[in-house]
Design a protein around this ligand. Structure first.
Ligand code: DGP
Ligand code: NA
Ligand code: NA
Length: 208
């Protein structure tokens, strides 16, 4: 039965801090809603859970944690949302997700943690149908109205994160020049997203 196979798409936005992911997530949400798609916008870390509050206080420099420990908390924060994520996708809702496992690996490996060790706790989370990379030079991102003052929001560190993302990126990712005006970025993302949503509606299998 074609209809029961129809599901939502798992669409992930990745990029450096200040690359515009949050603005583009909300624009994509409005766009898909306007086309009468069932869609939600999510973000990681989800700071509303108990684990999320620990992450939030770490990012605000209100607590100190070992690099491995915080890595596992970020991962746990994705795991605690996994079953809801699967339910939503299977019921036909598309999820636009601002950061996912790739952020986990990019940010922690930028600190010098072994990249394979970083990937391990992400195994078994749902695989995105589409990864959109908002590509911006770290220097340009830093110029954008300044950073918010959280732990990782420093040019030197963001340069390392950009390097980690280069290592992680593969041919399946779609890259957009995030230095372009917001409207131009949005236009490119719209096409990519619509294509993905349509493919998933036709019954593409959900994978891990
Ligand atoms: P955001 O709410 O998108 O600004 O993310 C908060 C910060 O946390 C940002 O600098 C990116 C970083 N971050 C997001 N996910 C992870 C993760 O899984 N692991 C690590 N180490 N950092 C992450
Ligand atoms: Na941030
Ligand atoms: Na963001």
């Amino acid at each position: 039965n074609h209809k029961s196979d129809s599901r939502g798409a798992l669409i992930v936005l990745e990029g450096l801090d200040r690359s515009g992911k949050t603005s583009q997530s909300s624009r994509l949400l409005s766009y898909l809603e306007g086309l009468n798609h069932s869609v939600e916008s999510w973000r990681f870390p989800d700071r509303n859970t108990g684990v999320g509050q620990m992450i939030s206080s770490y990012l605000a420099n209100e607590s100190q944690l070992d690099d491995h420990t915080i890595h596992l908390l970020f991962s746990a924060n994705r795991w605690e949302k996994r079953s809801l994520m699967e339910t939503k996708l299977r019921s036909g809702t598309t999820l636009i997700v601002d950061r996912y496992s790739f952020s986990g690996v990019a940010f922690s490996s930028a600190k010098g943690l072994d990249i394979e060790w970083c990937k391990a706790p992400e195994i078994g989370l749902l695989a995105p149908d589409l990864v959109l990379y908002l590509d911006i030079p770290p220097e340009k991102a830093a110029e954008r109205g300044g950073y918010g003052g959280e732990r990782y929001e420093q040019l030197e560190f963001q340069r390392k994160v950009a390097h980690s993302y280069q290592i992680l990126r593969d041919a399946s990712w779609k890259t957009v020049d995030a230095g372009l005006p917001l409207d131009d970025v949005e236009k490119q993302l719209r096409e990519m997203v619509l294509d993905c949503v349509t493919t998933c509606q036709k019954g593409k299998v959900l994978s891990k």
